[in-house]
Write a protein of this length. Structure first.
Length: 451
């Protein structure tokens, strides 16, 4: 499902409502302005006609028919007037009025022509009518200017409204952003409760429930770790004591006797039981989340100490070749003990199941990936897919518990590391390769110093 932002959705929704409301308001203002302007202009036209009629009717006896009254500065946008007698002859007109009457036959009131909006007064005592015409260009221009004055602020203020809405929403969602940052920082390596964040009442219940869940999870993981540690102590001691008794019994028997052979079989089975118990305890620790902790440490010393410990345990060379090139340190984030368990299981798996004279090869890439390769017959694809499951083993007769790769895979997942299995080796027909890539690994080459 595609992710979306709450802030962006609120901003877009509020802006959509505001813009639609402004558009509706603009349309309403436009209709209202148009209606009011027409009404005011018509009233002005009527008022001018009536006053003009009162002023000039008494002087018409001295004016010959067809006289033009020239008004200096009167242009095409000025009001035009005519005085028309009862026969439709123009007795007097302004310089911008047509020669013929605006309308004829004339009725008192408003009339529209092609170029004028005309108001006709009623006939006076001399049966003359006054006609006042307003050029439509002037009327339309006045209406347009009035509508622009009323509507122009709307598109100008839309960016301002967008900025104010964005700032308001972002500021209102700051507590949610702080909670989001705290929740993102929580994970496999951080189960601390979320500290007080001055959250609104709508988010306090979420914080409380989250802290309760984190506390219960931390207690559960701590209980599992404590049980695994106690079980390891309680199981290792009896098995070690049993192995010591078997060794003492074998030493007291005559070499080559039937009883000695049986004791050797019992000793072998006991050692196998000890290894199985050890793997089960490691698997239990891995399942309890031992690798969830996040600490920064150098991986190479862990690898060297692990190889030395395997040398001492086997009382001989481990047949492992390691190539680190000019790498001096590899700093990774995780649990050092869990990483040791992870590498030990991968190396033991390569030693146990490796065949031929080739030794196990450990190499480091420039990106911090650790490759562990051994020689063996190639494994089919369906087996490789299931190989990291518990108690799944490849087609081999070598004794093993079937838990080593399952433990390594579980720990790698808790550390957010990538574990890849390849068989056969690239450009070869045999072999088995396990690659583990740690996240955010920092490589320090030879001659560099760690800050």
């Amino acid at each position: 499902m595609k992710s979306w932002s709450l802030a962006n959705r609120i901003i877009s929704s509020v802006l959509a409502v505001v813009i639609i409301s402004l558009l509706a308001l603009g349309v309403a203002i436009g209709f209202f302005t148009h209606h009011e302007m027409i009404e005011r202009l018509d009233n002005s036209l009527q008022e001018v006609s009536e006053r003009l009629q009162t002023a000039i009717v008494t002087q018409l006896h001295a004016v010959p028919t067809g006289t033009v009254a020239v008004v200096p500065g009167a242009g095409a946008w000025a009001l035009a007037y005519q005085i028309v007698d009862h026969e439709g002859h123009v007795v007097l007109r302004s310089q911008n009025a047509p020669v013929g009457p605006f309308v004829w036959p004339a009725q008192a009131g408003f009339a529209d022509t092609q170029h004028f909006r005309v108001y006709v007064t009623g006939p006076d005592a001399t049966s003359c009518r006054v006609m006042i015409g307003e050029p439509l260009r002037h009327r339309h221009g006045a209406i347009l200017r009035a509508m622009i004055i009323h509507l122009l602020p709307i598109p100008i203020f839309i960016p301002v409204i967008w900025l104010l809405v964005r700032l308001t929403v972002r500021r209102a969602l700051q507590p949610l952003d702080r909670l989001n940052v705290e929740m993102q920082s929580r994970g496999s390596g951080n189960l601390r409760p979320v500290p007080p964040l001055d959250l609104p009442v709508e988010l306090i219940s979420i914080q409380t429930s989250l802290n309760t869940l984190l506390c219960r999870l931390e207690k559960a993981l701590a209980t599992e770790r404590a049980f695994a540690a106690s079980a390891a102590h309680e199981l290792r001691n009896p098995i070690a004591g049993l192995q010591a008794q078997i060794q003492m019994l074998e030493a007291s028997l005559a070499p080559g006797s039937a009883m000695t052979a049986r004791v050797q079989v019992i000793g072998g089975r006991t050692r196998q039981l000890g290894r199985t118990v050890e793997k089960l305890l490691q698997f239990s620790r891995a399942m309890s989340g031992v690798a969830f902790r996040r600490e920064r440490f150098d991986l190479l010393p862990v690898l060297y100490i692990l190889l030395d410990d395997m040398d001492n345990a086997s009382k001989g060379p481990h047949h492992v070749a390691i190539d680190v090139g000019d790498t001096q340190s590899i700093f990774v984030h995780g649990d050092m003990d869990a990483t040791g368990i992870l590498l030990r299981n991968l190396i033991e798996n390569a030693l146990v199941h490796g065949t031929g004279a080739d030794c196990v090869r450990i190499s480091l890439r420039d990106d911090g990936t650790v490759d562990i390769a051994n020689d063996c017959p190639p494994l089919p694809g369906p087996v490789l897919v299931r190989l990291t499951r518990p108690f799944v083993r490849g087609s081999t007769t070598t004794q093993g518990s079937g838990l080593g790769l399952a433990i390594a895979s579980n720990i790698a997942g808790q550390m957010d590391a990538e574990l890849h299995i390849v068989s056969p080796l690239p450009q070869r027909e045999r072999g088995f390769l396990i690659s583990i890539r740690f996240p955010d690994a920092r490589i320090v080459k030879g001659g560099a110093c760690e800050a």
